[in-house]
Design a protein around this ligand. Structure first.
Ligand SMILES: [Zn+2]
Length: 399
């Protein structure tokens, strides 16, 4: 038995952190069903002495296409020392595959005992890092600047919680840190932007055997457009000069019967680029290809089909410079935790995209999740604990 109070404290800290994440991963809570996990966090906060008046939910879920049980959970805490307010966040929903997860410790990692589920480390591990950091501060009475703890909902279905957060409830934080999937020493300082494109192609129906020449086939129009986009390099990885982006047609629905010339076809596509003007070029190329294809297909009477395109931005790209205080803090904290810091820009969207768009530049850090969104998902215990060390350094203003 050790007599060193410091190492006792360390042991208590890391042991309870693992218990915490095991409990949080076992609570089902896909996007829109975050009521139970939010309740668990609120109970833990109250038990640690947080006043009811510091804990609130916003109404982000009311703006969500799926509704949902609760809005974002926001906890605003006064500091014991002066300094700019710091925000720690981690989304509390999981992908549906995680429902039923039975987390257990297997050597150096945590996995789900049920082989048909994902673990839910994405992102209960991130949510646990934030909660655990506060529980340590409360238990050990550590000094800290003003803190906002933020648990957004519905990240997995399109960053909904962060998009519709009531920003005024966050208390004007100056340094914002988000925990999500990946390595603890990897600071994500930027991410791509993403546009969603809905395309409806309307043809003219006719009997495919009796009067095929009277029809205008929606699938022929769409095929011509897609073939042209592919030939001109506007699909998949798109590179034009020194500009780059991606696009994808992911969903197609059309037709009811083989004996009817297809009169309607809908497609769902996306375009991404770190540069908004180039993303707009990709979207424009896709729109143009469909409109032109519709002009090129006529029936025997010379009639044509038509195309309708709707574009909406899912999230805007962002890139923080290395001089940003939040980036400097994150790098210093990673170093203080004994790790080699790395920065990277993501090709996927993060809650940080919307946070930054709302005026709260946010760095995202990992906490040891691997194989996310698959039944092989696991959480590295060592990396998870390192993420906890980094979070504590940041929350107590040591970096
Ligand atoms: Zn996630």
């Amino acid at each position: 038995m050790t007599t060193n109070p410091q190492s006792n404290r360390e042991e208590e800290r890391t042991g309870s952190m693992i218990d915490l994440v095991l409990k949080m991963m076992a609570i089902p809570g896909r996007s829109g069903s975050e009521g139970k996990i939010a309740e668990f966090i609120v109970d833990a906060l109250k038990n640690s002495g947080v006043q009811d008046s510091c804990i609130q939910f916003d109404t982000a879920h009311k703006k969500s296409p799926i509704g949902g049980e609760v809005g974002n959970l926001i906890v605003k805490l006064p500091g014991t020392v002066k300094g700019p307010r710091r925000l720690l966040m981690g989304h509390i929903d999981t992908v549906p595959l995680c429902v039923g997860s039975q987390p257990y410790v297997d050597g150096g990692v945590i996995r789900s005992r049920d082989k048909n589920t994902a673990l839910g480390g994405d992102n209960r591990a991130g949510a646990a890092v934030v909660l655990n950091t506060w529980l340590i501060i409360a238990k050990q009475n550590l000094d800290h600047p003003p803190l906002t703890l933020f648990w957004p909902v519905q990240e997995e279905i399109g960053l909904v919680g962060a998009r519709y957060v009531t920003g005024s409830k966050l208390g004007n934080p100056k340094l914002c840190f988000n925990w999500d999937g990946g390595l603890p020493n990897m600071a994500v300082v930027g991410a791509t932007g993403d546009d969603h494109i809905d395309i409806t192609v309307r043809g003219i129906a006719s009997h495919a055997g009796a009067h095929p020449e009277d029809g205008v086939s929606a699938v022929v129009i769409a095929s011509k457009a897609i073939a042209q986009l592919q030939e001109e390099g506007w699909l998949g990885l798109v590179q034009k000069g020194n500009q780059a982006g991606t696009s994808n047609i992911g969903v197609i629905h059309g037709g009811d019967a083989t004996n009817v010339v297809m009169d309607q076809l809908t497609l769902r596509a996306e375009a991404r680029s770190h540069k908004a003007p180039f993303r707009a070029k990709i979207v424009n190329a896709i729109c143009k290809a469909f409109v032109q294809a519709a002009k090129g297909v006529t029936n025997a009477a010379g009639k044509r089909g038509s195309v309708e395109v709707e574009v909406r931005n899912k999230y805007e790209a962002f890139k923080l410079s290395n001089e940003e205080p939040v980036v400097q803090s994150a790098i210093a904290a990673i170093q203080q935790a004994g790790l080699e810091p790395n920065t990277r820009v993501s090709n996927g969207g993060l809650d940080a995209n919307w946070m930054t768009a709302h005026g709260f530049p946010t760095v995202t850090l990992g906490c040891g999740q691997a194989g996310i969104h698959t039944v092989n998902e696991e959480l590295s215990i060592e990396q998870f604990q390192q993420a906890g060390d980094i979070a504590l350094i940041l929350a107590t203003g040591k970096a």
